[in-house]
Design a protein around this ligand. Sequence first.
Ligand SMILES: [Zn+2]
Ligand SMILES: [Zn+2]
Length: 502
Amino acid sequence: MATTMSRRTVLAGTAAGVLGATIGAGRSEAAAGGVTAVTGVTVFDAVGGVRRGQNVLVRGDRVLDAGDLRRVPVPHGARVVDGRGKFLIPGLADMHTHATEIDPRDPELYAVNGVTTVRQMSSSDAVREWRAQIAAGARLGPQLIVGSAIVDGAPSLWEGLGVPHLAVADAAQARAAVREQAAAGADFIKTYTRLTSGSFHAIAAEADRLGIPFLGHVPDFVPVTDASDAGLRSIEHLFEFWYDTSRDERRLRREIARIKVAGGDYAGWFTGLHPIEYAAARTYDRDKAARVFERLARNGTHVTPTLTVHWTCDVPQDVPHDDPRFRYASADTLGYWQWATENIYLKGRTPRESAERRELFVRRLRLAGALARAGVPLMTGTDLGTAYLMPGFSVHDELRLLVHAGLTPAQALRAATYEPARHLGHRDRGTIARGNVADLVLLDANPLRDIGNTTQIDSVFVRGELIDPATRQRILAEIEAAVQNKPSTGAVPAAVGCACGR
Ligand SMILES: [Zn+2]
Ligand SMILES: [Zn+2]
């Protein structure tokens, strides 16, 4: 467990390294009880809206106070960050990741990008180790929520591919998997695509009995509305929605049931499902969709659209391979991305299928907009671990895509801040208010005018620890140097979870 690992144990590990030393200075200041004041700043969060001319005081890991300049004076001796002309928003969340140990600097990349909450969607010893290091104060990083091994049907799409998963054939095995993963310390149970309806509902019942959340993919054989009614806490990606909202639902569900998938044949399943998914999207029925969305909104089921991964998988030919942000990715990671693009996403893809997938992506954008308009609570998530997605950076891409899909910048920011906190049951996160955890991002430009301005980061507070511009630049430079100096092993790493928003 995170809390039982001593600081010395952690520092003795290999990963603390230079970054641990870099971060230490700021932490001791916070521990001394000093106040940092962001003065004269424009604050925005999903509950209080826009508040100009605010002073926000941070002490320890909390917001000591926040309010109008006259009501909240700057205490004597406080460290002052001039917030005039700047914008302060709550820390952002990536609610869908599959981080691995391949590039071990993910926690720091999240932090400098203003991402202070990360939900890891598949079990990972590396991420649990990061969590222990962060909790021990040995390194900088976000709050980490770590899921179970993927619970899939049998045979699993992940058989033999090196992805932690459990293949359950029936309700009894499904219940046992939930018990086992809960006992192993999972924060939630992750459901997957090939579960039968019986196994899925057994997971729901057992998770309810143990009081552990279950969330993830809506299986191929379960309607979205049934999953929502059964208590699935969040639905990941957008591909599951097409069948419930199709006027051809019954016929298409029969076709899905006819797909035969061999164990580990992820690519075969991905390719085999495409014509059915495409036909379903083409027969989208707005009235039917309205009823489905109304039910999700009423149940409070969160949806993580993961538009970034849909983009990289639907139209990989559009993804630039020379993005300057890739200088923070190792040669092995770049190699994996290229391998996955060639061997999974683009393998055997005809020009016609390429055109269909492009159309599907446009339809997914419309779907995300429709979900938002119907009042279904959305959350930002990227599916990090999939090709060409970067820790932290890609959350800003997701924000932009959500706005492209029709959300206002305020709605997109809500999906990155308030909704993730509400989803996780954290009342003291996701907004900027007295007593809340001081996870904050100070921006040089107004994100409500242009959502792209979330990348104009001046400083970040991670649980009260100020990452000022100079520290931010130093951390980025250290990561770049470490990554560039790391020789390629030449090995293609195992796939890392939802290979394609799946
Ligand atoms: Zn995933
Ligand atoms: Zn997934």
